[in-house]
Design a protein around this ligand. Structure first.
Ligand SMILES: [Zn+2]
Length: 365
């Protein structure tokens, strides 16, 4: 496949020039590297699916590359080993199996553990092990790169342990922290890092970029739209499944705004958004929210190329008109609130029911 994968789990090496929407970050970094002001801590933030993890790996490869300081060459012995995950000076800290209590392998290999079997946090013993390694000289005589992904899963103890290293960074070590939720990091950790922010692209712009790489127009537009402009996600998402699900959720919005009686069909409607699996539920909420946003935009007369999917413009506009701008905005706020409650032990089915009821005309929860 000619496209870069956005998933950290995929082995191989994606170079800066193969990534979409990262020109600004690359330029910023190159200026810092050329000015010999390479920071010891670099924090890569932005929503999930924008390609931070892939970028961090490309950056690690660049920092270790034997032939270029601007962009990993992809062919030298160092780049080859970063790609095959066997470089001795690239150490990766990630969430490990719940079964591991006191020692984690410091290798770059992905154990392939399922999400549910992973510890919720990166723990202090892992960071201690990492900081022990930082004290050693590079095996290859160049830099050493430490990659913590996801860094926002470090518990407070682990972050405090890391803080000491960030305060007195030894020699040629560079620590890369990848975080979707930067607010979960201690302000002291954040302030000691050079921040690189990644954001989504405009869907139309992403679709153009995908097309420029040989993807056909329909697929490029669909992927750009369903990923909400996130290049990493655009390349990895399951197009058919997500398109079907979005269509179903739009159907729910249509039914509820057309007639409050649709509530009688609740179990089916709730099941369209809700799912026992947290990631699938989140995705349902994301789709629900993006459709609501676009419905209110369409009703307000926004040009169709400002919508995530121009093909849905007519249906969205109808929903938006029935809902009204004020109510649409209120519902979007209530989804944000609902997201905040998800980390607690709440009944997600009840929350979903309340949300759908409010679309049908009941007070917004
Ligand atoms: Zn190289």
């Amino acid at each position: 496949m000619a496209f870069a994968q956005g998933d950290l789990k995929v082995s191989g090496l994606v170079r800066f020039s193969e990534m979409l929407g990262v020109e600004h970050a690359v330029e910023l970094l190159q200026r810092v590297i050329e000015g010999d002001r390479l920071p010891h801590g670099i924090l890569l933030t932005g929503p999930s699916g924008v390609g931070k993890g892939t970028f961090a790996r490309a950056l690690a490869a660049t920092l270790l590359c034997e032939t270029s300081d601007r962009e990993a060459c992809g062919t030298c012995s160092s780049c080859t080993r970063v790609a095959s995950r066997s470089h001795p000076d690239l150490l990766v800290v990630r969430r490990v199996s719940k079964k591991i209590r006191d020692r984690a392998p410091m290798s770059d290999n992905d154990e392939g553990e399922a999400e549910k079997d992973l510890s919720n946090f990166i723990r202090i013993f892992q960071i201690r092990e990492m900081t022990d390694h930082i004290g050693f000289a590079a095996k290859e005589g160049g830099r050493r790169v430490f990659l913590v992904d996801p860094a926002d899963r470090m518990n407070t103890e682990a972050q405090n342990a890391l803080l000491r290293t960030l305060e007195e960074p030894p020699g040629d070590a560079v620590i890369l922290l990848v975080a979707s939720r930067a607010h979960m990091l201690l302000p002291t950790v954040r302030s000691r890092c050079f921040a690189l922010r990644f954001g989504p692209m405009r869907p139309a712009e992403l679709a153009d970029a995908l097309q420029a790489r040989g993807m056909n127009l329909d697929e490029a537009q669909a992927r750009a739209s369903l990923s909400r402009g996130r290049p990493g996600l655009a390349l990895s998402l399951d197009l058919k499944r997500l398109e079907t699900r979005r269509g179903e959720i739009l159907g729910v919005l249509e039914a509820l705004t057309a007639s409050p009686r649709a509530i009688a069909e609740w179990p089916g409607l709730v099941g369209t958004v809700h799912d026992k699996d947290d990631a699938v539920f989140q995705e349902g909420l994301d789709l629900f929210e993006e459709l609501l946003r676009d419905a209110t935009r369409a009703a307000a007369g926004a040009p169709t190329d400002h919508l995530l999917d121009a093909r849905l413009a007519g249906r969205l506009e109808a929903v938006g008109h029935r809902l009204g701008t004020a109510r649409g905005a209120e519902l979007i706020r209530s989804i944000e609130k609902l997201r905040g409650q998800l980390s607690f032990n709440v009944n997600k089915t009840l929350l979903t029911e309340a949300l759908l009821a409010s679309v049908a005309g009941a007070p917004v929860p």
